[in-house]
Design a protein around this ligand. Structure first.
Ligand SMILES: [Zn+2]
Length: 105
């Protein structure tokens, strides 16, 4: 039965999820570290409502990693689904003819 790409292929494995959670924890640590660095932009955050380039970069790094991993997983799954199924070695034709002759009624 061929793979159903919508249901049979895990795009996001528990291992991927564990890695994402680890990267998210590291992100939170990095954000707290940045906060302690007294960034002027972040200090003004309540007024500007924005994020500084450092914070944007930290968040983007995790988001881009997640998107990249998911794309790679999808690509690998599609390649696996499209790969030709391995076939048993064919019986050489001369051997097949001999077998047919020897077993003919
Ligand atoms: Zn900042």
């Amino acid at each position: 039965m061929p793979l159903d790409l919508r249901t049979d292929v895990p795009w996001w494995t528990p291992r991927d999820q564990a890695e994402l959670e680890e990267r998210t924890n590291e992100l939170v640590d990095a954000l707290f570290t940045h906060r302690e660095e007294n960034c002027g932009v972040c200090a003004d955050l309540p007024r500007t409502g924005g994020r500084c380039e450092v914070v944007n970069g930290l968040i983007s790094g995790v988001v881009e990693w997640r998107d990249s991993r998911e794309r790679a997983n999808r690509l690998r799954a599609v390649r696996l689904a499209l790969a030709p199924m391995p076939r048993p070695n064919p019986i050489p034709i001369d051997r097949l003819v001999r077998i047919l002759r020897e077993t003919a009624p």
